[in-house]
Design a protein around this ligand. Structure first.
Ligand code: SAM
Length: 498
């Protein structure tokens, strides 16, 4: 294969960067602007050892899933990799990708995968936006101007870049995000606020993060800054409050309200968007979310599922796989603000007609999230749920063996019937999987937002005595390449282990 060569390709997959993938002469070929289902005439632009890149010089047969991109920023903004595919096409592709990863990386022959569960609300579903503020404003040093970087942009990164696309609308975000971002653009201009420049490590504003509790309408704006305060912040709060109040009441009667404005201090380089210190400059330090009968307080640094509608679908699957009777001991690892554990505790309360003897113990590394989780147990009257702070791989062995806690109290061993795992994209640490298997619960329920690390961990758990029983992909992230999956693994009998 060589540069300039043309070949006919059937596109059957898509890369993380949104190129269609086809195969020729035993090589994977990444084709710009092609989507799965297309037949294209591809012109090779670059050849590597095992793969090549190409452009689609002609679409010979368009995919049945091909659509015109709806978003004016599609292509520029790196967010919606699947913007050129219809929603049924996205679901088909995500289900196929989960299955293929479980087979190829998970070592499963024919995994029992239920059909992917899509959503009937694929627009404006996100309750959290993280918008970088691009370099801008006047950079001064020792009193003199070193660089005038012009107006700053607030939006989303281009694919594989730190250039910011100044998005004044977004098909995924909830309405308060667009309103607050516009206010911030105006304020930056009127009050000469600088944006952070990583080159000079100077300038103030780094990110705007907006969290919206879709069930109550409560909104939190987080201003991530390289400093300890924002000049004229009272004016900014008033402008944001007014903009959120002006948003129309939703069809379900919910009105958005800015309930919390937080400054997050982030100094220097480092991949995390937010630093560890938060100062509430207006309103409450948390917002309140409502999901079904349960309520959750969410603080600035705590993880919360970004699609609340599909979150209920995902957790219903967890409950279906758990089949709770009301007496189970459940470990909720990587528990965030305690949502899955508290859904389980609530289900056990219902199953046992209010007389549940079950227990939930959660482990989470972010302190603010653990404080939220314990408060959330109290708010919902779920007295048998408790959450501790620490890295799951370090805390789990102590929890299983029993130990003396930091306040000197003896904590008896916790013998779980079910362990729920919901790690970040990187998946579980190898030592955690070993501790999980050593605990020998009858069931593991693995919730994952990355099919590749899920498959890797399923394979390792298979070696440690747990067989993959079934799984369900759930689409939490329409228009993007991401997919969530919940899997049930059960302890193999002694014969099967042999
Ligand atoms: C995908 S989120 C799941 C949260 C929660 N289960 C939910 O459904 O909202 C993963 C969580 O794991 C936490 N985390 C990351 N690494 C961890 C570790 N080593 N030990 C414990 N928690 C960790 C993150 O802070 C985050 O809250």
């Amino acid at each position: 294969m060589e540069k300039g060569q043309k070949c006919q390709l059937q596109i059957d997959d898509m890369s993380n960067e949104g190129q269609g993938i086809g195969r020729s002469e035993g090589m994977a070929i990444f084709v710009k602007d092609a989507i799965p289902g297309d037949t294209v005439l591809a012109e090779i632009t670059k050849v590597k050892k095992n793969y090549a890149f190409a452009i689609a010089s002609e679409i010979l047969q368009p995919s049945p899933y091909r659509i015109d991109k709806e978003c004016p920023y599609a292509g520029a903004c790196g967010g919606c990799t699947y913007a050129g595919m219809s929603y049924p096409g996205q679901l088909w592709l995500k289900e196929k990708q989960v299955r293929e990863k479980l087979i190829r990386l998970g070592g499963l022959e024919d995994p029992k995968l239920e059909p992917i569960i899509g959503t009937d609300q694929p627009y404006h579903y996100r309750n959290k936006a993280q918008m970088p503020v691009s370099t801008g404003g006047i950079i001064t040093r020792k009193g003199g101007i070193v660089e005038n970087l012009g107006p700053c942009a607030i939006g989303f990164y281009k694919a594989k870049s730190h250039d910011v696309v100044n998005c004044s609308e977004c098909l995924l975000q909830a309405p308060p995000v667009v309103a607050i971002a516009q206010v911030l653009r105006d304020f930056v201009k009127s009050d000469n606020i600088t944006a952070y420049d990583p080159k000079w490590e100077k300038g103030l504003l780094r990110h705007l993060v907006v969290k919206t509790a879709m069930g109550t309408g409560e909104v939190m704006a987080i201003l991530v800054i390289n400093g300890r305060g924002i000049p004229n912040s009272a004016k900014l709060v008033e402008m944001m409050d007014e903009a959120v109040c002006m948003l129309p009441t939703r069809e379900d009667g919910i009105q958005y309200n800015l309930e919390s404005v937080v400054v997050n201090i982030k100094k220097g380089k480092g991949p995390e968007i937010m630093g560890s210190e938060c100062l509430t400059i207006a309103g409450k330090p948390t917002i309140l979310e409502k999901v079904g009968q349960l309520e959750f307080e969410i603080s600035p640094l705590a993880f919360y599922q970004v699609n609340p509608v599909q979150m209920e679908v995902l957790y219903s699957k967890v409950l279906e796989y758990a089949q709770l009777q009301g007496h189970e001991k459940i470990l909720d690892l990587y528990c965030g603000v305690g949502t899955i554990g508290l859904f389980c505790a609530d289900q056990m309360r219902k199953s046992a007609n209010g007389e549940s003897t079950g227990q939930v113990l959660g482990i989470e590394s972010v302190k603010g999230a653990v404080l939220d989780a314990n408060r959330n147990a109290v708010i919902n009257g779920l007295v048998n749920a408790q959450f501790i702070c620490g890295r799951a791989e370090e805390e789990l062995p102590k929890v299983l063996a029993g130990h003396i806690d930091k306040d000197g109290f003896e904590v008896p061993p916790f013998q779980p019937d079910i362990i729920i795992l919901d790690p970040p994209r990187a998946g579980c640490a190898p030592e955690l999987l070993e501790a999980v298997a050593a605990a020998a619960p009858a069931k593991l329920i693995y919730v994952s937002c990355d099919p590749a690390t899920l498959a890797r961990d399923v394979k390792r758990l298979g070696e440690l005595g747990y067989q993959f029983t079934q799984g369900t992909p759930v689409d939490m992230f329409p228009w993007t390449r991401h997919v969530e999956c919940v899997c049930l693994l059960e302890k193999k009998s002694a014969n099967e282990v042999k």
